[in-house]
Design a protein. Structure first.
Length: 245
């Protein structure tokens, strides 16, 4: 129960990696707030509460500043603090560069990069006042190595990595750490749509010869959210079975 009495917000927490992160932080004792676009967020919060912590789910769009401000107001009204922010919400809109529409480019940048910035800025204001906090951004190995058909996604995640390092430098003296995890190929709804050929291609690139699970990512996030990582900031930890070394 290393996170007992801590309050954690996980964006995109209704399903997939975000849900597993919320469950893992709850298993370690944290009270949980999840936000998501999808209504499933309430059912997920109920599932998390079964672990004996307080859990609340809000429908909120991280690209919308009013939604993010309202979310922070709700968190402070209920818990009077925010200790952990996990910027997990993200989308893909894959296409080859020359076929990529403005909408495909803009929507991915809006959610993955601007949405992360919106939540990070709002949470940092609270954490600076507390003089403590842990922010963990979910990037991707694609943000470091690029990927065919994912110019928008790779640029957004590369941006998240630079944002992580800049925020870490600004907030370090205020007792707030900012780190990122960069998952490789993880089995979720996001990757379910990939063809068997692409899935096989990924698995041949992974020295550990298996796709990652959401829980593989959640346990590294839990470490970064805990006091064990007090002297770790500005880092990007790959969780990819050795795919990118
Ligand atoms: N699955 C992978 O292989 C993989 C690899 C590397 C990085 N990631 C990253 O992990 C994170 C989670 O991915 P996942 O695989 O669980 O995907 P997912 O699609 O299963 O879950 C993402 C969640 O984010 C929510 N979301 C999307 N836009 C939102 C918005 N504007 N506001 C609030 N919530 C929003 C979705 O509704 C969904 O519940 C993403 O940032 C993704 O880029 C995933």
């Amino acid at each position: 129960m290393v996170l007992k009495d801590k309050v954690a917000l996980i964006t995109g927490g209704a399903r997939g990696i975000g849900k597993e992160i919320a469950l893992e932080l709850a298993r370690r004792g944290a009270d949980i707030v999840i936000c998501d676009l999808i209504e499933e967020v309430s059912a997920t919060a109920k599932e998390i509460e079964k672990l004996g912590v307080t859990a609340v789910g809000y429908v909120a769009d991280i690209t919308n500043k009013t939604d993010v401000d309202q979310l922070m107001t709700n968190i402070l009204a209920k818990f009077s603090r925010l200790d952990i922010l996990v910027n997990n919400a993200g989308i893909t809109r894959d296409n080859l560069l020359i076929r990529m529409s403005d909408e495909e480019w803009d929507s991915v940048i809006a959610v993955n990069l601007k949405g992360t910035f919106n939540c990070l800025r709002a949470a940092a204001k609270i954490m600076i006042k507390q003089r403590s906090g842990k922010i963990i951004n979910v990037a991707s190995v694609v943000g470091m190595m690029g990927n065919m058909g994912q110019a928008n996604y790779a640029a957004s995640k590369g941006g998240v990595i630079s944002l992580t390092k800049s925020a870490a430098k600004e907030l370090a003296s205020r007792g707030v750490t900012v780190n990122a995890v960069a998952p490789g190929y993880i089995e979720t709804k996001m990757t379910e749509v990939l063809s068997d050929k692409v899935k096989e291609m990924f698995e041949t690139l992974i020295p550990m010869k298996r796709a990652g699970t959401a829980n593989d990512v959640a346990r590294v996030v839990s470490f970064l959210a805990s006091a064990d990582a007090d002297y770790v900031t500005g880092q990007v930890i790959k969780v990819d079975g050795g795919m990118l070394m």
